[in-house]
Design a protein. Structure first.
Length: 367
């Protein structure tokens, strides 16, 4: 059988396509490249297909100890896309106090075809100590998206990327899916699953089983990141001391200040526990106000107090506040006077500090 050379083949195909009502410019360009042995690619042709209309991605990867790097496939409304993911934990160390031995960032290089002929390349970094450190500890990825959604690993060979309008939902004090206003089904359906095994794509569509896997992955990432933040904060605040106790401290003010604090802040400080309060100031400060008739009268008095409490992550805090007592008829009535209690943060002389210091200080309270 006589062989047909590339040029003859190209002429034959061009003749057949001559009258087809289709945008032939791109297809003819591909045919010419195939006949000449040349192909257009955004990366190396090594390991990639030269089929007409198929995207080509550079399949070369750096050493990957965590098993993240590779070619991933995703199901989109344009069909199945081929995607290159390459993660690298930065060698730079964090500059945050208490996290000096932790890696500073994750670098993510990727090539994602948006169509069958366009390759979108990008490189982004996730700075900070918590995310790269969590990857090292649990061998699972969480990457805070820049210009797209969050990415996190569901299991080996499977990564989920949320839609851009859902990014940042993992970071917090409790899993996002526990919020009443969070629609987990929409969160999953609007995102994309990227899998290394192309044959597994059909498994990664919304179902009760998939929802549970996403929940578990989100919770694990959140808990690990929060624990790392707590660890670093603990190192950072190890030398912080409790604010001093003022000479005006009494059991009456201790108890009344704590009672009014809880009434005011319990509804909004969900998850916090309030241990005790005490007086930090050494004197009351009287405040005045003008009545509608222009008369200047005593309005209230203020005293510096300290609230000692614990956040949902178990960190202890000592914050300085005002304790306010309202004057009636220009003077304070200890028996019947109105009390607004602690109001307005003044600063944090203690701030976060070791819980053992907060517990030890409690023995100094008025009995």
């Amino acid at each position: 059988m006589r062989k047909i050379n590339a040029t003859t083949y190209l002429l034959m195909v061009c003749f057949v396509l001559g009258n087809v009502p289709f945008s032939n410019a791109q297809l003819l360009k591909k045919l010419k490249e195939t006949a000449s042995g040349k192909t257009e690619s955004s990366g190396s042709s090594k390991g990639s297909s030269n089929m007409i209309g198929a995207s080509e991605i550079n399949d070369e990867f750096k050493t990957d100890e965590l098993g993240l790097n590779g070619i991933y496939y995703a199901q989109t409304n344009k069909g199945i896309t081929k995607n290159k993911f390459e993660f690298e934990i930065c060698k730079d160390k964090s500059k945050a106090k208490g996290a000096e031995n932790m890696p500073g960032c994750i670098s993510f290089k990727y090539e994602i075809p948006e169509t069958n002929s366009t390759i979108w390349r990008n490189t982004v970094h996730n700075d900070g100590y918590a995310h790269p450190e969590s990857l090292l500890r649990i061998q699972k990825l969480y990457f805070d998206g820049r210009g797209y959604g969050d990415m996190f690993q569901i299991e080996s060979g499977v990564i989920f990327m949320s839609a851009s309008n859902w990014k940042g939902v993992i970071i917090g004090t409790e899993p996002a899916f526990k919020r009443e206003d969070f629609d987990l089904k929409s969160y999953i359906n609007s995102g994309s699953f990227y899998v290394k095994n192309k044959e597994d794509l059909k498994k990664w569509t919304y179902s009760a089983e998939i929802e549970e896997k996403v929940k578990n992955a989100m919770t694990e990432s959140m808990e690990t990141i929060n624990s790392i933040y707590s660890e670093v904060e603990g190192k950072r605040n190890a030398n912080n001391e409790m604010p001093s106790m003022g000479k005006l401290n009494t059991k009456f003010i201790q108890d009344r200040a704590l009672k009014t604090y809880k009434e005011k802040y319990d509804p909004i400080n969900k998850g916090w526990t309030h241990d005790y309060m005490y007086v930090h100031g050494n004197e009351w400060v009287n405040k005045k106000k003008y009545l509608p008739n222009g008369q200047l009268v005593e309005s209230h008095r203020e005293l510096h107090v300290v609230i000692v409490r614990k956040n949902p992550q178990g960190q202890c805090k000592a914050d300085l506040m005002y304790y306010v007592e309202i004057f009636e008829n220009g003077k304070y009535d200890a028996e019947n006077g109105k009390v607004t209690g602690p109001v307005s943060y003044m600063g944090m002389p203690g701030g976060y500090l070791p819980c053992e210091k907060a517990a030890a200080f409690k023995s100094k309270l008025a009995k």
